[in-house]
Design a protein around this ligand. Structure first.
Ligand SMILES: Cc1cc2nc3c(=O)[nH]c(=O)nc-3n(C[C@H](O)[C@H](O)[C@H](O)COP(=O)(O)OP(=O)(O)OC[C@H]3O[C@@H](n4cnc5c(N)ncnc54)[C@H](O)[C@@H]3O)c2cc1C
Length: 385
């Protein structure tokens, strides 16, 4: 079986040095295995250079930083504990959002020092992992793990990175005119900012949504952007029937592991990377591991997404009013808890959310289905500039 470890000296090949691939490499190296990570670009976090993101802290009771420590993954990156922020409705009404424990940890992505990616890279290198940059791996020979990120756009987040004199904080706006079926957000940490429209449809009009998002944050919170740099990326969500391809574990967003409601993928990426490595080390069934740990959350997220898709701006306003005075982390945690009603809604939600995909049966590896052909065309196009 290609995914199986035959000898203790046989190096493990990992394709992709994102959070999923590096978490897998770290887990392997901690167990004393030889690991080679192939990264297509010249640095880690290439597609996110300078992006501010949130390491969500609401899906589990346990704090995510403690979870990472227990998984043996570094928490030696810079972060901002986010306990209070503001969400606006489509009528400019502000709703304070607060939680006793951090709702999420704001982090930086990309190769800069202090970022999540550079901390994971340092931990991997310290453990003796070999990382080969500018090395694109399209096929695994021998045991290995596939961690090469998204293959299609189920959602996109587009906007700017910038410098700013403004204080740290987070803000969001729920308004279809700015971010159809999604949300617009503004994150500021230590003089750096990210403003984005995260949209789940209407990709063709992305420019118009970004312009409206920037204008709204200028009006609502006096956003000041110095040296703005355009930035955007895609998110891929799916619940695979299997996350094995040719016997190799597929991890992170390449497998489609991500929160379908709002596009938070870092936790699933790291966890699936650790599970994949453990499955090889301990000869366990990777599919069973991720299905036990990640699938329940992913299933409730799909139901949450299907329900969110039904909301108009008035619906968003109703939800925002309903959360007033409540602890946001507790509230979100309860929304992600599997329940009878979520189980009953699951087939409807999966059919509804799945219907937006081009091909839900494909695992995107060594295949030439319409979706993959399109993705390869996209990749060639972006490589060409
Ligand atoms: C704009 C934006 C904002 C986001 N914000 C958040 C957020 O706030 N919170 C959150 O939790 N999630 C967020 N996400 C999602 C999150 O960033 C991803 O889910 C996460 O990075 C997935 O990690 P990964 O390791 O699976 O993939 P990636 O981070 O994409 O890493 C894959 C790596 O593989 C490399 N690669 C690709 N092909 C090959 C190949 N053939 N050979 C070798 N290397 C290859 C790539 O260069 C890349 O470095 C956001 C996504 C976007 C687009």
């Amino acid at each position: 079986m290609p995914g199986k470890l035959n000898s203790l000296n046989e190096p493990i090949q990992i394709a992709g040095a994102g959070p999923a691939g590096l978490a897998a490499a770290i887990t392997m190296a901690r167990a004393g295995r030889q690991v080679v990570v192939h990264e297509a670009h010249a640095e880690v976090g290439y597609r996110f250079r300078r992006d501010l993101q949130g390491l969500e802290n609401w899906t589990t009771e346990q704090d995510v930083l403690l979870t990472l420590e227990q998984l043996g993954i570094t928490t030696g990156f810079e972060f901002l504990s986010c306990r209070q922020g503001t969400v606006f409705d489509a009528w400019d009404q502000a709703y304070p959002v607060h939680s006793k424990e951090p709702l999420f940890y704001m982090i930086e992505r990309g190769p800069n020092s202090g970022s999540l990616d550079s901390a994971l890279l340092s931990q991997a290198l310290d453990l003796g992992v070999e990382v080969r940059f500018n090395s694109r791996l399209n096929k695994l020979q021998g045991p290995g793990i596939l961690a090469i990120g998204p293959k299609a756009a189920d959602a996109i987040a587009v906007g700017y990175h910038f410098d700013t004199p403004e204080a740290n904080g987070f803000w969001a706006i729920c308004d279809h005119r700015l971010a159809p079926q999604g949300y617009a957000y503004l994150l500021i940490m230590n003089g750096k900012g990210t403003v984005k429209s995260c949209m789940f449809t209407g990709f063709k009009q992305e420019k118009q949504y970004v312009e409206r998002t920037v204008a709204a944050f200028k009006r609502l919170v006096g956003l000041q952007m110095h040296n703005p740099q355009p930035h955007g990326g895609v998110g891929n969500f799916r619940m695979p029937a299997t996350a094995l391809s040719g016997g190799h574990p597929v991890v992170g967003e390449f497998a489609g592991f991500q929160d379908t409601l709002w596009g938070f993928g870092i936790r699933h990426a790291i966890q699936s990377g650790v599970f994949a490595a453990r499955s090889l080390l301990e000869e366990k069934d990777y599919d069973i591991m991720w299905q036990q740990a990640l699938a329940p959350l992913m299933k409730t997220a799909i139901v949450n997404r299907a329900l969110y898709d039904l909301l108009s701006n008035r619906g968003y306003r109703w939800c925002l009013r309903r959360q007033e005075g409540r602890d946001a982390r507790d509230l979100l945690h309860s929304q992600y808890r599997p329940s009878l009603i979520k189980r009953l809604l699951s087939p409807w939600a999966r059919a509804r959310v799945r219907s937006q995909r081009r091909d839900q049966s494909c695992n995107h590896v060594d295949c030439s289905c319409v979706w993959c052909r399109r993705c390869r065309a996209d990749a060639a196009e972006s490589a060409a500039g």
